[in-house]
Design a protein around this ligand. Structure first.
Ligand code: PGA
Length: 258
């Protein structure tokens, strides 16, 4: 049985420690009460230590939004895995908003290095994949997404892959209010993403890895996604900045009989 996981990606918002903590204080108690769904908050780096303190004693997880793969060195502005170890439990890797910069540090190969580094430091990666609108329209979704998954996970042990979380985030659905249909997200996650994991590793691993949907998820549509057998939760952007994020997580749990 895969435990569902809902993560809030704050992006470049609530980055001042006092703002972040004020928000966390409003949601932490009811969020902590929700059973049966892993809950994770991913604030900006500048707020991580303060939010870690605010979450102490709760079962709410903390995640970073990206990191570098190197241990240290001349990488101005970057954050190393060892800087996150002990502070967070999760790290989002390969978010499309970062891949879109075209930086060599966000290539599929670089994301593969980041995944290995995260796992080596005991962090759970949340690996983001998803196609652009033109790729969808050209019928390239399957090939593209399967390729992203295969390269990102290349060279890992099956046991490590089973510990990863993958977020299927079709780029055209992010921040647009135009979520994918639950049936289509379920199809891509089951057929394409689990399919790619089964091909590179094995069917058991494909059934173990948790795969979220992301892109315009809100408290109104979460239950429809959670009703789908292949979807193990959500990566939530805009709707994670509101107190109603608690309702969203609660509905996710209810939809799974929690
Ligand atoms: P959204 O963002 O929920 O605001 O569409 C999702 C994401 O980018 O992770």
């Amino acid at each position: 049985m895969r435990q569902p996981i809902v993560a809030g990606n704050w992006k470049m918002n609530l980055g001042r420690a006092e703002q972040a903590v004020a928000f966390v204080r409003k949601i932490r108690h009811p969020l902590n009460e929700v059973q049966g769904v892993e809950r994770v908050l991913c604030p900006p780096f500048t707020a991580l230590p303060a939010v870690a303190d605010a979450l102490a004693g709760t079962r709410i997880g903390l995640g970073a939004q990206t990191m570098h793969w190197e241990e240290k060195g001349a990488h101005t502005g970057e954050i190393a895995p060892s800087m996150l170890e002990g502070l967070v439990q999760y790290v989002i890797l390969g978010h499309s908003e970062r891949r879109a910069t075209g930086s060599s540090e966000e290539s599929d190969e670089a994301i593969n290095r980041k995944l290995r580094a995260a796992l080596a430091h005991g962090l759970t990666p949340i690996l983001c994949v998803g196609e652009r609108l033109e790729q969808r329209q050209a019928g390239e979704t399957e090939l593209f997404v399967a390729g992203q998954v295969a390269v990102a996970l290349a060279g890992l042990e099956a046991e490590q892959v089973a510990r990863c979380v993958i977020a299927y985030e079709p780029i055209w659905a992010i921040g647009t209010g135009e979520a994918a249909t639950p049936v289509e997200a379920n199809r891509v996650i089951g057929l394409v993403i689990r399919g790619a994991v089964a091909e590179v590793f094995d069917e058991t691993t494909a059934q173990q890895v948790r795969v979220q949907y992301g892109g315009s998820v809100n408290p109104e549509n979460i239950a429809d996604f959670m009703a789908m057998p292949e979807i193990d939760g959500a990566l939530v952007g805009g709707a994670s900045l509101k107190e109603s994020f608690v309702d969203l997580v609660r509905r996710a749990a209810e939809a799974r009989g929690g």
